[in-house]
Design a protein around this ligand. Sequence first.
Ligand code: PLP
Length: 362
Amino acid sequence: MGINVTRSSMPPLEDYINEISDLWNSRWLTNGGMKYQEFETQLTEYLMVSKASLFSNGHLALETVLQAFNLSGEVITTPFTFASTTHAIVRNKLTPIFCDIDPFDFTMDVTKIENLITEKTTAIVPVHVYGNICDMNKIQKIADKYNLKVIYDAAHTFGMKVNGRGIGDFGDASMFSFHATKVFNSIEGGVVTYKKSQIKESLDAIKNFGISGEDEVEYIGTNAKMNEFQAAMGLCNLKYINEEIRKRKIVYERYKERLSHIKGIRIRVDQPNVENNYAYFPIILDDYIYHRDELLAKLKQNNIIARKYFYPLTSNFECYKGLFKNSITPIAEQIANNVLTLPLYSDLSLNDVDHICDLIIE
Ligand SMILES: *Cc1c(COP(=O)(O)O)cnc(C)c1O
């Protein structure tokens, strides 16, 4: 049996059966039913945010919140992310302007944002990549100075807190993903968290075809509603989330202990005052005896699946060739060429972690 890069966490089957049995009585399967309402309420509390709106997946959550803010022109973002971030911007007919990243935490390099701002800029879309929190103070200062919206792709940071404050409470809005491969899942799913009720109406309408009243369609909407079975799965998994994170921490700490002092390998630096969720364990092979791709192949020969997460940069995607101004993001290029994300899930045994580390250290 091989070791995959991730493995979905599942609640006990009886929990899920219990949770969904109501649905056989109500026959209300989607469109904001009981489970949806309950999940939204519980999440608002767990994430420590004032508002939350559920979606069928994280990507449509991000795409919809960008539409809800009615943005136009240019959006400053990072190319070192999953395809979703950039696609959400482009599918809203906005132009992504790629900002380089910090060499140590891989989030947007805040010293390089202001140079990219033009009179067309309307928003910043940063990513808390691998659970590394962006420099949110600096980003907010810049946003305030130029009157820009800040929408975080917080897909990697479910349940995280900074100085005791929910990560989804910063900026104008944040998107979390509940995809099966994430720390927390509702099979597929996502949420937008936001502060003021200003976008509530549009968010809720856009995810339901833009329907805003009985005889009224105010927005060019989509269909991005979370269904009752997803919400039920979310409710079940939410009961075990603290345990899930605690177990991940043990795996994470073992990697850290084993790989901290290996020549040519750089690991993540823990950030002060941040409550982590231990979602990913990326390593950077700066000056290692093998190239990243060789190590990836060696692990694969041993039935261990690591990932070149994130490679290539979204700005280098085939579909974006020639579309946008060539941006210069040398640090992002360098990290994308040398990063490898190791297997991490809550029931990965320490023996397996040791085996993986032995292969890397060997
Ligand atoms: C997973 C992910 C998404 C998309 O979320 P889905 O729920 O899979 O649609 C967006 N951004 C980042 C950084 C992600 O990792």
